[in-house]
Design a protein around this ligand. Structure first.
Ligand SMILES: Cc1ncc(COP(=O)(O)O)c(C=O)c1O
Length: 378
């Protein structure tokens, strides 16, 4: 497979009704992923939901093991959740955090995460960053030595522009200092290498893995398992094997098991294609998209062309209304994008950005169509 030969990936999906450049919101599932999800729902009707779930356990176990490999966490430390945000909420519930805990974040932190930290009365401190927004690792090392926070939290791939944090290097520094690192891999899983050595890492199914909506996942490394406080109803706990990891207890209440099955199918397709091939292609997609939009009158590309992410942001250089532009791209040109308001990353963003996030199948013609559409709207 070469950079220009991903038509098969598109052919595996239902035909696109619009030009979909919005993977960072939700990717397009393949027919096989949709069929696996639907087949489980049908099986529930045929045999009973709990019998169907028990029958699906080998598929779910294989999916958790594969996700564990991708996240750098043992299979027993992986659990399904309802979303990325649901994973973070669960982590905040179960982690042994001290009173008045301090959590250090980068300026590119995802806005809703900041809200979640505030809601738990965590003290948010800032990690020093370089000019491009990546964490300053030397400054992190000094901070860990002199004024360590209780926790470091990093968003591996930023949602609003093409920024990727050096999470593996940060994990090494945090581990050496005995400070836990949590990684938000919502935009990273299926996009870049996420096996980074974080103590806890979480993601969502629907974006770069192109799995179903309404399902996420959380992984925690084994040294933490005995220290987590998972509260689950006794009624459900009593049915669990004695050696079940506490993470599994997070998933014993009601859930959309068909979506779990669909996520496992998405992971299977991803592994079959080859993660490193996809990572390289998505880096290329980001570069091609930035190049296609370079020098576009009225718009300025936010990151350097070779930023290693397929998330591309453009600034409205003439004060255009980004939300209106997004709406007109959709209504008048059939192009799906996202308008990012500053709430998405309030410590990093100073103005709204138009986000373009193609998947591996984007073609030069697609990018020309986007450029022409933006020119037509000017
Ligand atoms: C960086 C980041 N973190 C977390 C989330 C939340 O994930 P979910 O929508 O699955 O709750 C998102 C979703 O866009 C995200 O981009």
């Amino acid at each position: 497979v070469t950079g220009s030969d991903w038509g098969w990936w598109r052919d595996r999906r239902p035909p696109a009704a619009r030009l979909h450049l919005d993977t960072a919101a939700a990717g397009r599932s393949s027919r096989a992923i949709l069929a696996a999800t639907a087949a489980h729902a049908e099986r529930e009707a045929e045999t009973g939901g709990y019998v169907a779930a028990a029958e699906a356990e080998p598929v779910l176990a294989a999916g958790r093991a594969a996700l564990g490999d991708l996240l750098g966490v043992p299979a027993a430390g992986v659990t399904f959740t309802r979303s990325g945000e649901g994973s973070l909420s669960a982590l905040l519930d179960i982690w042994p955090l001290p009173e008045d805990a301090a959590i250090a974040v980068a300026p590119s932190e995802w806005g809703p995460n900041l809200d979640a930290f505030a809601a738990r009365n965590l003290r948010v401190t800032r990690l020093p960053a370089q000019g491009d927004g990546t964490v300053d690792l030397a400054a992190l090392e000094r901070m860990l030595a002199t004024a360590p926070p209780d926790l470091v939290h990093l968003v591996q791939v930023t949602s609003h522009r093409g920024l990727v944090q050096p999470v593996a290097a940060a994990a090494g520094l945090c581990r050496a200092a005995g400070v836990p690192l949590w990684v938000d891999a919502a935009q990273a899983l299926g996009h870049v290498d996420t096996a980074c050595g974080a103590d806890a890492i979480y993601a969502t199914s629907r974006k770069w893995l192109t799995g179903p909506r309404g399902v996420g996942l959380l992984g925690v490394t084994e040294p933490w398992w005995d220290r987590l406080t998972v509260s689950a109803p006794q009624l459900y706990r009593s049915g669990q094997p004695a050696d079940a990891s506490p993470l599994r207890l997070l998933a014993i209440t009601e859930a959309n098991v068909a979506a779990w099955v669909g996520l496992c199918a998405a992971v299977g397709e991803y592994l079959e294609t080859g993660p490193s091939l996809i990572w390289a292609r998505l880096a290329e997609v980001g570069r091609q998209t930035r190049e296609a939009l370079a020098d576009l009158p009225g718009w300025a590309v936010a990151d350097p062309p070779n930023a290693p992410s397929a998330i591309v942001a453009v600034r409205a250089a003439n004060g255009q209304d980004v939300t209106a532009t997004r709406a007109r791209l959709l209504a008048e040109h059939g192009i799906v994008t996202t308008a990012c308001t500053v709430l998405r990353a309030p410590l990093d963003m100073t103005e709204p950005l138009l986000r373009i996030s193609p998947h591996v199948d984007v073609t030069p013609d697609d990018l020309t169509r986007l450029r022409q559409a933006l020119l037509a709207l000017a």
